[in-house]
Design a protein around this ligand. Structure first.
Ligand SMILES: Nc1nc2c(ncn2[C@@H]2O[C@H](COP(=O)(O)OP(=O)(O)OP(=O)(O)O)[C@@H](O)[C@H]2O)c(=O)[nH]1
Ligand SMILES: [Mg+2]
Length: 357
């Protein structure tokens, strides 16, 4: 995922990093390149525009921190904005409800709902140590319920026995009783897909939502559809209370536009990535790690972060001078204590502290 963006960003940053200092034109040129790269990755125009508008004043007004080049600073600014665009932090799955906790997966046809239901069940069982029951509400596509049943059998996950001809609302009721009987902590409801959003599908999903009152409603969206995935999420959100996105086929997506645009366009966080067809191919979505992956420059980001921390050195020096001049204030003292706490066993601070006492 993101190979194209990573390559483009690397190109842009390598020329920025070579420059000993940066003027407005160089920054502008770099930002134009970033905007272009985002658009080519199928990020929506609004998102690309907003992104550049946020980065620009920071990139131009940013004081250059000692020990790093201005180019590195721009990388760090882009990184921070990217993390914020992707959703800041991972929103963990909500298990705060009376068991059996109901969750449902919705989405367009073929987006990966059934496969993801099984992946999620496996994740909840192995990582969260919960007993899960899977239930198919897809009474329309032939063999859809059997597909989930066989995934359950292959992976040793409980599924609700199929009763031919039963309607979704009745299946929901039966599932809740069966989960209680079997001591399941979580019920995952897999729903039927449609080729496109239509009223019938939306009203059925709404009905299911009203019946089961899910703690989590995941939209399963195909990453390969780029910004369409983000607008589909926006539309689903108008009907149901979407709590998270699971972006599938991330393994085959070299552009990554859906991942980048999703939070901004739909206001719904991505919680997981589907990264293959196998049951274990589900990854928790961490915006900071993804931003690192996109920029391919984790080392620079940590370097600049370190440099920012070391800014305390400046304060230490000033405080030392104040001490020599006999003007050591309580403020200087506080700076020293904070810096010591931050750095742990920082020799320079310790020496200084020894001089103070
Ligand atoms: N490479 C890859 N393939 C995936 C991923 N997730 C699902 N698939 C494949 O996508 C195809 C469709 O998956 P399903 O889970 O049946 O999709 P669905 O949304 O339930 O489809 P309908 O029930 O017909 O609406 C299957 O062949 C899956 O193996 C993924 O993350 N990566
Ligand atoms: Mg299905």
């Amino acid at each position: 995922m993101f190979e194209n963006l990573t390559n483009k960003f690397e190109e842009i940053f390598s020329s920025l990093k070579k420059a000993p200092s940066l003027d407005e034109n160089q920054v502008d040129e770099g930002l134009r390149g970033i905007r272009q790269a985002l658009l080519e990755a199928d990020v929506s125009l609004d998102v690309a525009k907003e992104f550049i508008e946020k980065v620009k004043p920071k990139a131009l007004g940013q004081e250059i921190i000692r020990s790093t080049s201005p180019g590195d600073m721009v990388v760090k600014i882009v990184y921070d904005e990217l993390v914020s665009l992707l959703g800041e932090k991972n929103n963990d799955i909500n298990l705060n409800a009376v068991p059996p906790v109901p969750m449902m997966l919705v989405g367009l046809q073929g987006s990966g709902k059934t496969t993801t239901t099984a992946k999620l069940a496996k994740y909840l069982e192995s990582t969260k140590k919960k007993k899960v029951m899977m239930v198919s509400l897809d009474i329309y596509r032939p063999a859809a319920q059997e597909q989930l049943k066989s995934l359950g059998e292959q992976n040793n996950i409980l599924t609700l026995p199929i009763i031919e001809g039963q309607q979704p609302a009745d299946i929901c009721q039966r599932a809740i009783s069966a989960a209680n009987l079997n001591g399941a902590d979580i019920i995952l409801f897999d729903t039927a897909g449609r080729t496109q959003i239509d009223l019938q599908m939306m009203s059925e999903i709404k009905q299911i939502e009203d019946t089961i009152k899910p703690a989590e409603t995941f939209l399963v969206a195909d990453s390969l559809t780029g910004q369409v995935a983000a607008s589909v999420a926006k539309e689903f959100k108008n009907t149901v209370n979407l709590s998270g996105i699971i972006l599938t086929r991330a393994d085959g997506d070299a552009r990554g536009g859906a991942a980048v645009s999703m939070k901004f366009v739909s206001q719904v966080p991505i919680k997981f990535l589907g990264v293959g067809e196998k049951i274990e191919n589900l990854e928790v979505f961490h915006p900071d790690r993804i931003a690192n992956r996109i920029l391919g420059m984790g080392d620079i980001v940590s370097l600049v972060e370190k440099a920012a921390q070391d800014l305390g050195e400046e304060n230490i020096k000033k405080a030392e001078e104040n001490l020599k001049k006999g003007q050591f204030s309580m403020q200087d003292y506080l700076i020293q204590l904070r810096q010591m706490k931050k750095n742990g066993r920082n020799r320079r601070c310790n020496v200084f502290y020894a001089r103070c006492i």
